[in-house]
Design a protein around this ligand. Structure first.
Ligand SMILES: NC(=O)c1ccc[n+]([C@@H]2O[C@H](COP(=O)([O-])OP(=O)(O)OC[C@H]3O[C@@H](n4cnc5c(N)ncnc54)[C@H](OP(=O)(O)O)[C@@H]3O)[C@@H](O)[C@H]2O)c1
Length: 286
């Protein structure tokens, strides 16, 4: 069984981003900058944002964190988003979720400058992805595709099953697999007999947030399994894939050390891409 090592690939992507960010700096005097907005004091969100700041630093990107109180109104947050959109020194904007209840999440997403939409959640980014046009793609599905590409997993004509249909992971991942010529089935909590569907797959990507959802009997021997899930069980991080799947699958991404590190690496890549587009007008995918 091949372990799909996301941590090692993430290091390679970060190094590539660092080299290309340095080249952009030399050519155009621009250092890509990510601005993260943190509303409230959720400890997990604060940790995620600190990790993103650290990773930006390691790749030679700059970062800013705007820390706002839990009582921040939507009007005040909107004004901050406007300022970040207009600030030429900022190339990527992300608003860390979850947000306090007085903040309308959908409005935050649509109000973020689409030129700086490094989370790929703006409706314009979603529309471009649907059309197969260049645009920002959410970081986690981008990470899954990078991992499959790195391990040279063939996709053309293969049957891919995605479990989970969120706007953040499942739906964009299904579209990316489709664009790579896989035959894609998208499953969710109302899919009857999930195992009958996943057993048909050459590639199974699970992003449901349910520990142990994918059991060995649901996997065709030799299939490629990508575990996107992150669940905290008894103070441990586990994915959506049950332990015995490693004995059946041909390849499997671990949790931790699989898609998690790639998600942050792709955020850096998207920030570099945003900086290039804003300053040079190029697409420049990493
Ligand atoms: N590795 C990373 O960096 C990373 C990044 C993002 C997310 N994640 C993890 O990935 C998982 C999914 O995240 P998300 O944001 O997409 O979650 P989400 O918005 O809660 O969506 C979960 C999806 O899974 C489906 N689902 C839930 N239970 C199911 C079941 N028993 N059978 C089949 N489908 C089921 C849901 O179906 P319905 O639509 O029918 O409700 C929904 O579409 C979470 O564990 C999250 O922590 C990891």
């Amino acid at each position: 069984m091949t372990v799909l090592d996301g941590r090692s690939l993430a290091r390679q992507i970060r190094a590539r981003v660092a080299t290309e960010a340095e080249a952009l700096k030399r050519a155009a005097g621009v250092t890509p900058c990510l601005a993260a907005v943190l509303v409230g004091d959720d400890p997990a969100s604060a940790l995620y944002v600190r990790n993103k700041e650290r990773e930006c630093g390691r790749a030679g990107l700059t970062s800013r964190v705007l820390r706002l109180s839990r009582e921040t109104t939507w009007d005040a947050l909107r004004a901050e988003l406007d300022r970040l959109g207009e600030d030429d020194a900022v190339h990527g904007i992300l608003v860390q979720q979850p947000l306090p209840p007085q903040i309308p999440v959908d409005a935050v997403v649509t109000h973020t400058d689409p030129r700086k939409d490094v989370d790929g959640l703006h409706p314009l980014s979603g529309g471009l992805l649907l059309r197969g046009a260049p645009g920002f793609v959410p970081c986690t599905p981008l990470g899954v595709m990078a991992l499959l590409r790195h391990y040279e997993i063939p996709l053309r004509g293969r049957r891919a099953v995605v479990v989970g249909r969120s706007a953040l992971v499942g739906k964009p991942l299904a579209l990316l697999l489709l664009a790579a010529d896989a035959t894609v089935t998208l499953c969710h909590s109302r899919t009857p007999d999930l195992g009958a569907v996943t057993r048909e797959a050459d590639i199974v990507c699970v992003a449901a947030g349910r520990a142990g959802l994918l059991t060995p009997d649901m996997v065709r021997p030799g299939a490629v399994v990508v575990d996107v899930g992150i669940n905290r069980v008894d103070d441990h991080l586990v994915g959506d894939v049950a332990p015995g799947v490693a004995e059946v699958a041909g390849a499997l991404s671990p949790v931790p050390g699989g898609i998690g590190p790639l998600t942050i690496a792709m955020l850096l890549a998207n920030t570099l891409q945003a900086a290039r587009r804003l300053t040079q007008g190029g697409d420049g995918p990493v």
